[in-house]
Design a protein around this ligand. Structure first.
Ligand SMILES: NCc1[nH]cc(CCC(=O)O)c1CC(=O)O
Length: 327
């Protein structure tokens, strides 16, 4: 993806705002290395604790959702304490606040979900009634769709915390994003990778988004040159599905797209937000796609197909989280 004939942007110092979990720091350092290596920029990190990191005892969907992980970082950008925020794209709300833009989406790491279990090799091999840890409604509905007998228990915290709770014996297995485990060198803990069409990932899973304040075209151009076009097209479609269905993280919605250089294929699934055993609504759409607009249109088409399959009844059952947790 390098652009050897594009002029190197002017030397500059840049600060990246990041959460302080090991995964967030790995991701910020990854971008730091890219910018230093590609442009010779001097990049340092501003580590921050967000509300999402502090709330560990309740499902995020109940306390204000994914925006909890990004708001503090956006405030740092707004106040000029940092110029760039690096996010796991799946934690980034579908609509950014005024004045903020996604300057680039980087090449996606493995988008799949993974089963981690010390004693069992796969979902199929779990004993009847096994306890599986996850706080993701999307994972809950897809797990119960395949194994209605499972007991699902909440599981929050950063990756190390979740693995520790598994190792302490609180669960027979847990489900995590393969991308985070791989980035932290923990891939050997994966018992089973779920095929993306049998456990459809979350919109944006495995991709990194670079967020900036509007108004620095030189920075925008330098960051845009780091983008990975196939990932960017795929996540445009995935995020369009989610946006079209309200973008709420109280919704068990999965959306995953793959662009093969010509065709974009979008898989999406929606479960009932209150009754995880209700039928899982599913769709797959596919078209030749060359532009972000066409990718978004295909995502909308997937959302329409879910509506035709009954999504409105499921959407009506969403209990919205309060905008600001605890306030
Ligand atoms: N929801 C938290 C979160 N945000 C990003 C990742 C993993 C990395 C990624 O998907 O990019 C995780 C952990 C997980 O879902 O297991």
């Amino acid at each position: 993806m390098s652009l050897p004939d594009s002029p190197a942007p002017a030397a500059r110092a840049l600060r990246i705002a990041t959460r302080e979990s090991r995964l967030a720091l790995w991701q910020a350092e990854h971008v730091q290395r890219l910018l230093a290596g590609r442009y010779g920029w001097q990049v340092d990190l501003l580590g921050m604790t967000t509300r999402g990191d502090q709330i560990l005892d309740r499902a995020l969907s109940k306390v204000g959702g994914k925006g909890l992980f990004v708001k503090e970082l956006e405030l740092a950008l707004e106040e000029g304490r940092a110029q760039l925020a690096v996010h796991s794209l799946k934690d980034v709300p579908m609509e950014l606040p005024d004045g903020f833009v996604l300057a680039a989406v980087l090449e996606r790491e493995d988008p799949r979900d993974a089963l981690v279990s010390p004693r069992h090799g796969s979902l199929e091999a779990l004993p009847p009634g096994a306890v599986v840890g996850t706080s993701s409604l999307r994972r809950v509905v897809q797990l119960l769709h395949r194994r209605p007998d499972l007991r699902i228990e909440p599981l929050r915290g950063n990756l190390d915390t979740r693995l520790r709770k598994l190792d302490e014996g609180a669960y027979d297995a847990i489900v995590l994003a393969a991308a985070g485990l791989k980035r932290l060198g923990l891939a050997q803990r994966i018992a089973q990778h779920f095929a993306p069409d049998e456990m459809i990932p979350c919109a944006g899973q495995g991709a990194l988004g670079l967020e900036v304040r509007q108004g620095d075209p030189a920075l925008d151009a330098a960051l845009a040159a780091l983008a990975h076009a196939p990932t960017a097209l795929a996540v445009e479609a995935e995020r369009a599905v989610s946006r079209a269905l309200g973008g709420s993280c109280s919704l068990p919605l999965a959306a995953h797209a793959v662009w093969d250089g010509s065709r974009l294929c979008v898989d999406a699934a929606l479960g009932h937000p209150q009754q995880p055993q209700s039928p899982l609504l599913r769709t797959r759409v596919d078209a030749v796609v060359e532009t972000p607009e066409a990718a978004r249109a295909l995502g909308l088409q997937a959302a329409q197909a879910l509506r035709a399959a009954g999504a409105d009844g499921y959407l009506a059952a969403v209990v919205e989280a309060p905008a600001e947790a605890g306030s």
